[in-house]
Design a protein. Structure first.
Length: 168
């Protein structure tokens, strides 16, 4: 692995489904490493579900060896209970990354969408299409949560590149 290579784990936290995407970049060229979802069983105790999210994210980190992580920030809506549950899932994801020693960046959903599709209100289909184009994948077939996670990872790569060029 060359010193200019970075591997980013993108995460889209959720208590039922957490999407993950692993993207590598070498010399400014992004490529897909892996994508998938972590599904928990509804009806189980929330602590058990959060523990499962933590363990599965830790397994993804151990398997793919990312050097950085990017996590979608919680979207705050009118439903306070949903926002709280999403925050708990995000906490489990952040804890797994922290224990593994990964630096973590957080991104607002609108920033991710705007960076990929040109508008912060892009729908999931537009985002998935652009992620596939950026990564050079013809027929991705991944779940929408995995696509969202990959979008977060690609957003992070773009942000890293911008900061490096701007000297920030």
């Amino acid at each position: 692995m060359g010193s200019d290579r970075v591997v980013v784990l993108g995460l889209d936290p959720g208590t039922q489904v957490t999407g993950f995407g692993v993207v590598s970049e070498t010399s400014g060229r992004a490529g897909l490493v892996a994508a998938g979802t972590i599904r928990t069983k509804t009806g189980r105790d929330m602590a058990e579900r959060l523990g499962e999210i933590y363990r599965k994210v830790a397994e993804v980190i151990a398997r793919y060896g990312p050097t950085e992580a990017a996590v979608e920030n919680v979207f705050v809506s009118r439903n306070t209970a949903s926002a709280l549950k999403l925050g708990q899932a995000r906490g489990a994801v952040l804890a797994a990354c922290a224990v593994a020693g990964l630096p973590v960046a957080g991104y607002e959903p609108t920033k991710v969408k705007k960076g990929l599709a040109g508008t912060g209100r892009a729908d999931k289909g537009q985002v998935a299409f652009m992620v596939a184009r950026v990564l050079g994948v013809k027929d991705p077939g991944w779940a929408k949560d995995a696509s969202d996670a990959l979008a977060v990872a690609v957003c992070h790569l773009n942000e890293r590149r911008f900061r490096r060029l701007a000297g920030v």
